[in-house]
Ligand binder design. Structure first.
Ligand code: ZN
Length: 137
């Protein structure tokens, strides 16, 4: 099976990939206006302040919307779930769901999810989500 494309860390995203390797989902918070945001960037998207900090999110989220993709893609076994999840801290993230059957009956908008990390290279662990408190898989 061909491997999926591996993200390349940049100076702006290095803290995020360091975090996933450490088992943390890292977000940024603006120290001026309090906005919490993702994806990583050195300036607050709300007020443009450069006074921002990195912190570890809870890893808890809710399913905002999803698409079940039946077409094969590099590194994925079809069908698989492409999901938009709303993190507990607020930001929305595009990801994939694991640990759940890729059928509409198994998925519901607003279902609670938790982050898991999957290594796709020596450097990169991708954040994926699975149903919260579910199976040990
Ligand atoms: Zn701000």
């Amino acid at each position: 099976m061909p491997s999926r494309p591996v993200p390349q860390p940049t100076p702006e995203t290095q803290h995020f990939w360091d975090g996933t390797r450490a088992g943390e989902l890292r977000l940024q918070r603006c120290l001026d206006c309090g906005a919490i945001y993702f994806p990583p960037r050195p300036f607050c998207p709300a007020c443009s302040s450069g006074d921002v900090e990195v912190f570890a999110a809870s890893g808890r989220a809710r399913l905002a919307s999803f698409v079940i993709n039946h077409r094969p893609a590099p590194g994925f076994e079809a069908p698989y779930v492409i999901a938009l999840v709303d993190l507990e801290e607020g930001p929305r993230m595009m990801t994939n769901l694991v640990g759940v059957d890729p059928v509409p009956e198994a998925l519901s908008v607003d279902m609670p999810l938790e982050v898991v990390f999957e290594a796709v290279s020596d450097e990169i662990q991708l954040p994926l989500f699975r149903p919260a408190g579910g199976s040990a898989s």
